[in-house]
Design a protein around this ligand. Sequence first.
Ligand code: FE2
Length: 381
Amino acid sequence: MISAQVTEAGRGLCLRDETGRRTRFHAIWLRDNAMDAQTRNAGNGQRLIALRDIAADTRIAAASVEGATLQLTFSPEGNTIGYDLDWLFANAYDHDRHREPGWTDPRIETWDTGLQSSLTNGGFARISRDRDALRDWLSGLARHGVAKLSGGPVEAGALFTVVDLFGYVRETNYGRLFEVRTEVNPTNLAYTGLGLQAHTDNPYRDPVPTLQVLYCLESSAAGGENMVVDGFAAALRLRRENPAWFDVLAKYCARFEYAGSAGVCLRSRRPMIELAPDGELIAIRFNNRSAAATTDVPYDDMALYYDAYRRLGEIIDDPAMEVTFRLDPGECFVVDNTRVLHARKAYSGAGTRWLQGCYADKDGLLSTLAALEAEPRMAAE
Ligand code: FE2
């Protein structure tokens, strides 16, 4: 049984459960979050009023609990509005939450090389027709920031059918897709088949492309495996080793730039480790090829900044952090480019390799996933 008590001369409300535990709300918050038909559109859930329509001195004149509903009468409006108690407790904010900088959303899981054996890998045909399978695949991708897909068509442009599963292509100056073709000549390996350090793509854009799809169409060269590293895991390891290193990369902006083709001059100013104002780890940017001169770190912190940057790179290069896999024709992988770094290992023999890549946006993927999660599962569990 829940009891309700008006507090602070009507400016507050205190709910108590049978154990005496209290959960407090403000009158202005309650009025703003009303779900009645005058406040919210019943069809699309959008709010019909602005804060300016609610009096600044809004107070609760009366409160009562009737079953699973809290009834509140507001002054000076004089209206009575019902609130679902389960909704109120699910959205309560009366907590004293201490979170360390670098905390992550509970829906994600950081990983190291241990993910190798359990990397999400879906079958293209099944995921294309089975919504439960699609949901499971998207869920793995959202949780780990990377997933493989196998058994797709071996034809140019097939990567768009992958994006169609969850969202929309993000076109850039590189086109709707870009070609990654390599001819590996064993007498000239040092120039053509070199491995690349793990990186996030296009940090010089603002916003960055949040997803990347790399789709394999030809792969006859030995070596050239793809490798991914969880940038969040790397940043958190950096913090465990030395919090000052983590803090300095989060505190100051790096600069990134790409002006490699005519008519293009992309520049951004963002930190390598990006935190939300409350310390949530929200993005990693790491790309030696497009790093511009760092000019936002004061002289007194620059040596520390470089120590931190070097150590983050060493952690990213540590094989204990990486998951590697080979892409065969008809296989692809998708990475969350705000979190997971990707790289290509060096080649060790002759042959060709042809991949196509494109970008897409994570908000569309998360929207599709959330909508699927709200549906009942088709298969009996
Ligand atoms: Fe890349």
